[in-house]
Ligand binder design. Structure first.
Ligand code: FMN
Length: 423
């Protein structure tokens, strides 16, 4: 383990900052394509450029265990004595204005979504010559609420966005000549663009074991060494048990008043509204292509006020059975778990990073995913799932996996730079 010399650097000049600014913009555009629950995109990235904010970031990172290479000697900010690019910092945050809150389990989903974003952001930066040197995860202090702790932490100055809670501080080390083949960034962008949630039917044939092994191979980046178990449920009995659970409990979201109200707030009437908002999902994302009358009928049937009435007629059970019918013939169900039953911020973010890596690999292998989180969102159902299928620790992600029979439209996104602020 090595430790880096403490920087006494002035913040880089605007000119010195330009290469990193460019790289960060590119990386944020690619990372914006990351998956997130309800497509809420709950992430934010702060880039400290002012002296105070840089110092604060530097102090925090210096608390993290060092395992990166020795830092080059630094003189003035952004450039070493030899004129080569040196260090920059980014702080990943959870944007409280964009997070889901109606269920306690959403806290994990938000961190998993932010972790997936972090993995793609840092990989995109690495491919542009900015490799991750150290990460400090911001764990809430014992006995205090996460929100309070984050709300008063840390002294990052007046420019820190009030609705953001810091999750981790990353130090990036610049190298003028990244050791990566040309075109790697374009390749990552292509895969990130091709990756999407596909809720349609999948081919019935089994996925080759060697392909599944490739998906669970050791990870890189933030996900490297993450304590995550990946289980592929392929046996008929396992898949039937999973589908049975979905049929029994898959209506929970629809019948839970606050949860459904929140979910419905992300449903967009059509692709035009979804594109204008840049988040959520049009109905066609959930139910496939729809005629206008059917779209209106569904929109009405799913509205929280209608759902409250229809619930008494058992409509949520009908929807659960519909979901189970999609799940049942799927050749693989993938379950990912964290070793710790009550994981902290760092472990959960790294779990999300692992998920991003897995999903990108699946995309490259021509496979698609369709998460089925409803069985994880209520502790009693999650425990039943884990007990029935012998899943240890804390299962944080479960999804259909297979070769899709149809393409699926891309979900909308906010512009990548909208998630980035200088502080
Ligand atoms: C942690 C997590 C949980 C998710 N759970 C569900 C789910 O239960 N059902 C579903 O249809 N999609 C689920 N998704 C997929 C998101 O809805 C999807 O990523 C988002 O709408 C953006 O679409 P895209 O993945 O096609 O880019 C989940 C995604 C994440 C990251």
């Amino acid at each position: 383990m090595t430790s880096s010399p403490r920087s006494t650097a002035r913040p880089p000049s605007a000119q010195g900052r330009a290469p990193f600014e460019h790289a960060l913009r590119e990386a944020a555009e690619i990372a914006a394509l990351s998956p997130s629950s309800h497509n809420c995109q709950p992430w934010g990235v702060a880039w400290p450029t002012g002296r105070g904010a840089r110092r604060a970031a530097e102090r925090l990172v210096d608390r993290a265990p060092a395992d990166g290479p020795e830092a080059p000697e630094r003189t003035s900010g952004g450039r070493g004595a030899d004129g080569r690019a040196t260090d920059e910092y980014v702080i990943l945050a959870l944007d409280r204005e964009r997070e889901l809150t109606s269920l306690p389990a959403h806290a994990v989903e938000m961190l998993v979504s932010c972790g997936a974003y972090l993995q793609i952001l840092l990989r995109s930066l690495a491919l542009q010559g900015w490799s991750t040197d150290r990460i400090h995860f911001v764990e809430p202090r014992a006995g205090r609420q996460t929100r309070d702790t984050h709300g008063t932490w840390p002294p990052l100055g007046d420019t820190w966005p009030v609705s953001w809670s810091p999750l981790c501080v990353v130090r990036l080390r610049g190298t003028d000549e990244p050791d990566v083949p040309d075109g790697s960034l374009a390749e990552l962008r292509r895969t990130a663009l091709a990756r999407r949630t596909n809720r349609g039917p999948y081919r019935l044939e089994a996925v080759e074991p060697a392909v599944l092994d490739g998906l669970s191979a050791p990870s890189t980046g933030v996900a490297e060494g993450a304590d995550v178990t990946v289980r592929h449920l392929v046996a008929d009995s396992e898949r039937a048990a999973f589908a049975g659970l979905v049929a029994r409990h898959g209506g929970r979201d629809f019948s839970h008043r606050q949860a459904w109200r929140e979910t419905y707030s992300f449903v967009r009437r059509d692709a035009a509204e979804a594109a204008a908002r840049g988040d959520g999902f049009p109905l066609s994302q959930l139910f496939g292509p729809l005629s206008t009358p059917r779209r209106h009928a569904l929109s009405l049937a799913l509205a929280p006020t209608t759902m409250r009435v229809l619930r008494h007629a058992g409509y949520h059970r009908v929807l659960a059975r519909q979901l189970a019918r999609v799940v049942r013939p799927t050749p693989v169900v993938v379950a990912m778990g964290l070793a710790d039953a009550s994981p902290g911020v760092g472990a959960t973010l790294r779990g999300g990073a692992r998920l991003a890596e897995y999903w990108l690999r699946a995309t490259e292998a021509g496979l698609a995913l369709h998460p089925v989180s409803v069985v994880l969102q209520h502790d009693d159902v999650r425990k039943e799932l884990q007990d029935r299928l012998g899943l240890p620790g804390r299962t944080f992600f479960v999804s259909r996996l297979g070769r899709p029979l149809t393409d699926f439209p891309r979900a909308p996104r906010r512009l990548g730079v909208r998630a980035v602020r200088t502080i």
